[in-house]
Design a protein around this ligand. Sequence first.
Ligand code: 13P
Length: 250
Amino acid sequence: MTATRKLAAGNWKMNGTAASLVEIEKLLETHPEPGCEMLICPPATLIAQTAWRCRDKHLKIGGQDCHWESAGAHTGDISAAMLADAGASYVILGHSERRSDHGETDIEVAVKTRAAWGAGLAAVVCVGETERQRDLGTTLVVVGGQLDTSLPEGCTAGNLVVAYEPVWAIGTGRTPTLAEIAEVHDFIRAALERRFGAEGAGVRILYGGSVKPSNAAEIFAVSNVDGALVGGASLKAADFGAIVDALSAA
Ligand code: 13P
């Protein structure tokens, strides 16, 4: 499996209990050999169970955040090494909900990204503008600044995925136009190439924000869209499976 394979990633956020494992079972049953890479990031409580179930399958498991230290006195936090130990191979970092709920900064995201690499995890680093920032015409400035500071030196096609998630499109049913998605993804690609050369050209750039079976195919046809980071529609195997199918056909 090469790093440049398209990636359908599901972020379950703070959703899912043992009863949700049935959705993992369904996904494994309906998509034993997907035409793209599949990743589910369940809540931390389900990582070990799901990763064990998927150990010899084409479904990877990831965390939704990690601490920047590998161990220590940080009540309630989870280290990258612990995620890796539980069977995760990816971790989402800098999601806008972490930035707004926990005040996470770009610098923290960069330090966490290095911690993820240290534990052998690939980082899915999220960037995206708020509605006000888009209305002010500052989308590219905001996203450019987030990339500059959130990405440490040493990014490669294998250790980094960037997710463009406009904050106003998350969980709202609203999406940017295809031209707006293309503009930001092309901008991110150029920034990655400028800084990381050939490796930057191979980093996968995911779109996230109200991706559903009904709009996935048109989004996947946009230039420099290498997959999706899916929230609500990843909770049901049927919906996520349909998005996986659209990406496999893109
Ligand atoms: P929705 O797909 O529910 O809009 O969430 C997107 C997201 O935040 C994925 O990380």
